[in-house]
Every structure is written in C-alpha cells, then in structure tokens.
Design a protein around this ligand. Structure first.
Ligand code: AKG
Ligand code: FE2
Length: 380
C-alpha cells in the first residue's frame, strides 16, 4: 500500500484518495484506531434484534411497527418497500464498477478542497480526535448532479458509455435509482407523520410537512470497505450520527454497520438480508420530532474475508429551510427542546465536533425546565 507520506505529491493523494487498501498485508499505524474494541460487538439477537418494518402490510400495522422502531432504535431494516429489485441491482452493479476503476480515473472526480460542499471521490476526512484514517473510500455527490459528476469520472464516455459497456449509461442508472429512493422517502415520510399521530388530512395539507417532502435534497455516498488483514485494529467509518432527516442505505449482503446500544454499552451488528434497505434517522429528524425519534450512534466495521459496499442516500433539508420542532410533534403541554437551525448552520457545528466525543445536537438543545415541562403536560 502506498503510504500517505510517499504519495503526498501525487494528484490522487492531494484529492484524498486511498490506494489499494484491499491488498495491504497489515494495518499501518496511519490506520490503526485506538478504542475499536472498547465495547463488545454482538449479533442482532434476543433483546438486541434490530427491528424490521414491512411496508407491504396494512398501513396501521406498518405505522405502529415504524413508530416503535423509530422510538426505540432510530433505525430499522425495511422490507416490502416497493423499490424494484432490478433497479437496486443495476445501481449496485454501477457502484461496484466505479470502485474498480484505476486510481487516476477516480482522482478526476477527487474532492475539490475549498468548495463549500464536500462532494467528490475520496476517503473520509482525518478524524481529529485520533489523527487516524479510516479503512474505506467513497464518492459523495448530489443526486441532482450525477450526470456532471460521472462526466468527470468518464470524460470521454459521456452518455455513450452505454455503448462502450453494452449497458445503460451510469448516470441513467443512478438517476433511476434516485427517482425510486426519493419516492420511497416520500412514502416513508407519510408513515412517520402518521406515526406522530397526524391524520391523513393533516399531513397532506400541513404546510411544513408538504414543504419538506417537496424540497428535500438528496446526496448519495457509495462507500467501499476493502477487506482488512487486521479488522480488529481498523475502522471503516468511525462512530457518528447522521446529520440530515432520513438516510436510506442499500448494502452488500455483508454485515458491517453497527449500532451503539447502552446499558451495558455494546455494538449491535445490523444483519444484511438480501433486498432489505436500512432506514436511519438523522439529527435534524430528531429536531423535527422534538426528540421523539432519535438519530442513533453508528459505525461501520471491516472484515478480513469480504469487502463491503454500502450506498447511503441522505435526504436533507434545502439550505434555506429553517428546521424546528414540528408543531404537530409537540405532545400536549410540551415545549420545543431544540432551537431552530438551517442545514448550513448545523453542518458547521457538525464539522467542528467530527471525530470528537461532543454530540453536535446538544448544542441546539434549549434549557427546558423538566418540572415545568411535566406540570404543563399534567395539566393539559
Ligand atoms: O456503511 C454503512 O452502512 C453506513 C455508512 C454511514 O453510516 C454513513 O455514510 O453515514
Ligand atoms: Fe452514517
């Protein structure tokens, strides 16, 4: 493996690309994380079974299952979601093709330092807390700009890439996937609003709810976690919460995502049944629901035997939207416990604390007198 110091002068290194982690004989110090095994890793079993929500069942049952999962875990496996198997398979295949491209091709799409949005190809940023690198590489792009992005990766192919590979153009594949995921996000949002106790009529006409559904932005972030010769010393993606509203994750049939559960602290591994998607709630959804539905702490671990690909699809507010607890989410007599915030304001806070122990969401928390909160609820 090329070390980060010896590759510092190449354009690929400048753009933050990782080289050939998959063929490394050991984990170099640059990638050796302290504390990876601080808490035990456990399977999804017994009291730790990761919830499954089936959207194919009758609506009240799906809503109840979703409310329970969002309350207790903030994450669940989603089946019966209606995304056609062949659409997901094409996107998965496309992403896998991207990851096997030669490094110079990926470097053409490398992250452009200094740009406001961290889009492009590269590795996750250095975690300040440990000054360590993670065992993964990924490609972040706005779903709406996939065509421009892929022209950077395949400048000569353009949309004719179709003929070159005898397959659909890569951007067509990802646009098709984007349409399906966005539609699924809308269906899920309706279920979440119902789970908050809103009736059909209210959620269809509520101004804020309608604006979220119509304006939310989508960012895709395919990630490759190469095989790792010493998985107990490395981390694929360090512990964090997602920042936006809802993340929809398609993953290879290789488990690797883990959720932090407390008392006693442990990492629960999310299973990877074929066809299921993972739904993960983000910090700003916690704000919207006034803390009722939580954004869980999660991380990704790596495996000695198998590489893993995951494709998170982040649904986030547009930059000019001020996100505050929904009036409809406030239980009778309860006050808002978070202050209003825009996406850029929140991301600034998140970047400052990335890789530290400080939870960014706490910085939005308002001082609400617990006793007063209790009394108000009791008298309503
Ligand atoms: O690899 C995964 O399943 C999760 C990735 C993730 O947590 C993220 O990109 O925020
Ligand atoms: Fe995440």
């Amino acid at each position: 493996m090329q070390s980060s110091s010896s590759s510092a002068s190449t354009p690929a290194a400048a753009s933050g690309l990782v080289f050939d982690l998959g063929s490394a004989a050991g984990v170099p110090e640059t990638h050796a994380w302290p504390g990876v095994n601080e808490y035990p890793s456990v399977e999804s079993a017994g009291r730790d079974v990761v919830p499954v929500v089936d959207m194919g069942v009758a609506c009240p049952d799906a809503t109840r299952a979703l409310a329970r999962a969002a309350d207790e875990w903030g994450v669940f496996l989603l089946v019966g979601h209606g995304v056609p198997r062949e659409v997901a398979a094409r996107a998965e295949e496309q992403v896998a093709r991207l990851f096997v491209l030669p490094a110079p091709d990926k470097a053409r799409a490398g992250r452009r330092p200094g740009e406001p949005t961290a889009t492009g190809y590269g590795r996750p940023p250095l975690a300040l807390r440990f000054s360590k690198l993670m065992w993964s590489e990924g490609y972040t792009f706005r779903a709406a700009t996939v065509r421009e992005e892929f022209r950077r990766v395949w400048p000569d192919g353009g949309d004719d890439y179709l003929r070159f590979w005898c397959m659909r153009a890569p951007s067509d594949v990802m646009e098709e996937y984007d349409r399906e995921m966005r539609a699924l996000g809308g269906r899920l949002l309706d279920l979440f609003f119902m789970a908050l106790g809103l009736t059909d009529v209210q959620f269809a006409t509520g101004e804020t709810e309608r604006r979220i559904r119509e304006t939310w932005t989508a960012t895709m972030h395919p990630i490759l976690y190469p095989r790792c010769p010493e998985p107990e010393r490395a981390i694929g993606l360090t512990a964090h919460t997602d920042s936006g509203f809802i993340t929809l994750i398609m993953q290879s049939p290789v488990p690797g995502l883990q959720l932090l559960r407390r008392g006693p602290d442990r990492w629960v591994t999310v299973p990877a049944p074929p066809g299921a998607l993972i739904v993960m709630l983000g910090d700003l959804f916690q704000v919207l629901t006034n803390g009722r539905f939580r954004s869980p702490i999660h991380r990704a671990v790596v495996s000695r035997e198998r590489e893993r690909i995951s494709v998170p699809y982040f649904l986030c507010p547009p930059e000019d939207m001020t996100v505050a607890p929904l009036a409809s989410a406030l239980l009778p007599g309860r006050k808002a416990v978070f202050r209003a915030v825009t996406w850029p304001e929140y991301m600034e806070v998140k970047h400052k604390v990335f890789g530290t122990d400080a939870p960014a969401l706490e910085m939005l928390q308002l001082q609400v007198d617990e006793e007063e909160q209790g009394e108000r609820a009791a008298t309503t």
